[in-house]
Each structure stands twice: as structure tokens, then as C-alpha cells.
Design a binder for this molecule. Structure first.
Ligand code: IPD
Length: 265
């Protein structure tokens, strides 16, 4: 196997170190267990002080390291443009973070034009770091991961992401369709970690009807490297606005796609 391009390998290493420091900051600011310590952007869409602090920290560090790279954050929007573009979700799973739960992460992805090329997802309360570089594998805490071998939907576990952006009847219709296959449903409140779970084989599929680039940018190269199938999120508007994502292990992807009427790429 050839070596990765030095430009991308350097960036992945730098991203891992910066996200690690940001994760320590988020741990230090983490609310204790209890009711949410956060404000609401809209119904059940939470924002903590940490979201802003972590995004500013990562934006500044990446600007100092790679001043010509573009940068886009969940909270601050597109700060800089560039053919290489970092996309950060400072705290994905804010609703969990705000209540002292463990299922949240910092997600930093790198796009080359419209191609996802690298990603780091750091979940410090779980002690887990996912990394991927396009063409060079997907890893969880340094060990290679791959999508699950489950073929029978009746033995599968599928997660559906929920947000107030999806009308209840639409969510229920898709949930009904996956449960009709005999799957075991989940909904864990952190899209990036759910997609990482598909990449590592902990889930067989993840569906979210309306999700944003910052939730998925780091997970896309992980999924590709882990052999998962994914719907055409970027091609269907995900680069510039919200879109649907479905990711699944390659054995049940087609059955799932048909059941929920979401095409695969
Ligand atoms: C949210 C989480 C949630 C998903 C939502 C996202 P946030 O991100 O990933 O699981 O269902 O669509 O908005 O607000 O915690 O960064």
C-alpha cells in the first residue's frame, strides 16, 4: 500500500491532537448529572457554553496550523473557505452532554472539495477516539474497524436519529418500517457516534431524515473505510444544507433502503 499524502497525514495527526485538547476542555466544563444545563435554540435543540468555547478553540488552533484551509462550524457557520475544508461539530449530542450523560463527542471532518477525506471523532466520556483517512482505513482507539456482518434484519439493531426538524408522522412512518423488518430500534441522541457505531459494527444501520454536514463530516470517511453503504447525503444537498442520511452494513443496506425508501449511493 502506498503512503498517504503528507498533506493529509499531517492534517489528521494535527486534528487528532487539537480535538484531544478540546475534549479535555469539554470534560472540564461538563455539567453534572441532572436536568439540562443549557439553553434551547428551538424545541429540544440544546446549546451549552461548551459548544461555543470548543468551537472557538478548534477554529483558532486550525487557523494557526493551516491558515489556507477552509473552516465551518455548527455554531459559527462558514468562517473561511478553501479547497481543503474543516467541518466541526463542537459537541455532537449536546442534549446528552447538558444532562451529564456520556454519549457525546467532538467531531472534526476534512473535505477535499466535495470529498470527505479524513475524520476524527473523540468521545472522551466513553474513552473512545475514531479516526479515518480515505484509502487508509478506519480505526477505533488505533484498532481497525469494519461494518457488521449481520445479514438477517431480524437479528439487526438499527438507530433512528430524532430532531424537531422531522415531522412526527414522517419519523413514525420510518420507525414503523424498520420495526416491520424485525430490527431492534435505538435512538441515542448523537448522530456522529451512531454513524461511528455503524462503522465499527455496533449498529447495523442508522437513519436520520434531516441532519447537517457538521454531524456527519467526520463519520463519512469512517463509514467508507469500514465498508458500510451510505445514502447520497452530499449529492442530495448535504454540502450546503440539511439532508437525509442512511448508513448500513453492506449485507442489509439494500433491504433497509427499500423498507424506508431512502436510496443508496
Ligand atoms: C444533534 C445530534 C442528534 C441528531 C440531531 C443533531 P447536536 O446534534 O447529533 O443525535 O439527531 O440531528 O442536530 O445538536 O447535539 O450537535
Amino acid at each position: 500500500m502506498s503512503s498517504p499524502s503528507p498533506a493529509l497525514a499531517t492534517r489528521l495527526e494535527a486534528a487528532r491532537a487539537v480535538v484531544h485538547d478540546a475534549a479535555q476542555m469539554a470534560m472540564a466544563m461538563r455539567p453534572p448529572p441532572g436536568g439540562p444545563q443549557a439553553s434551547q435554540k428551538s424545541a429540544q435543540d440544546w446549546l451549552t457554553e461548551t459548544d461555543g468555547a470548543v468551537e472557538a478553540f478548534i477554529a483558532n488552533r486550525m487557523k494557526a496550523l493551516f491558515p489556507d484551509d477552509g473552516f465551518q462550524g455548527e455554531e459559527g457557520g462558514v468562517a473561511r473557505t478553501g479547497s481543503l475544508r474543516w467541518v466541526v461539530d463542537p459537541i455532537d449530542g449536546t442534549s446528552n452532554y447538558a444532562r451529564g450523560r456520556c454519549r457525546w463527542c467532538i467531531s472534526l471532518g476534512l473535505l477535499d472539495g466535495d470529498e470527505p477525506v479524513a475524520g476524527v471523532i473523540d468521545a472522551p466520556a466513553l474513552g473512545e477516539v475514531y479516526t479515518a483517512l480515505r484509502g487508509y482505513g478506519a480505526f477505533l482507539n488505533g484498532k481497525r474497524i469494519q461494518a457488521s456482518p449481520v445479514k438477517d434484519p431480524a437479528c439487526s439493531m438499527i438507530e433512528m436519529g430524532w430532531s424537531n426538524r422531522v415531522p412526527k408522522p414522517v419519523f413514525m412512518e420510518k420507525m414503523d418500517a424498520i420495526m416491520a423488518l424485525g430490527t431492534m430500534p435505538r435512538s441515542g441522541g448523537c448522530g456522529a457516534l451512531a454513524l461511528a457505531d455503524v462503522a465499527s459494527g455496533r449498529l447495523d444501520g442508522y437513519i436520520e431524515i434531516v441532519i447537517n454536514l457538521w454531524d456527519v463530516a467526520a463519520a463519512l470517511p469512517l463509514l467508507a473505510e469500514a465498508g458500510a453503504r451510505v445514502s447520497p447525503f452530499l449529492q442530495e444537498g448535504g454540502l450546503t444544507g440539511p439532508a437525509t442520511i442512511m448508513a448500513a452494513n453492506p449485507h442489509i443496506a439494500q433491504v433497509l433502503s427499500k423498507a424506508v425508501s431512502i436510496p443508496l449511493a
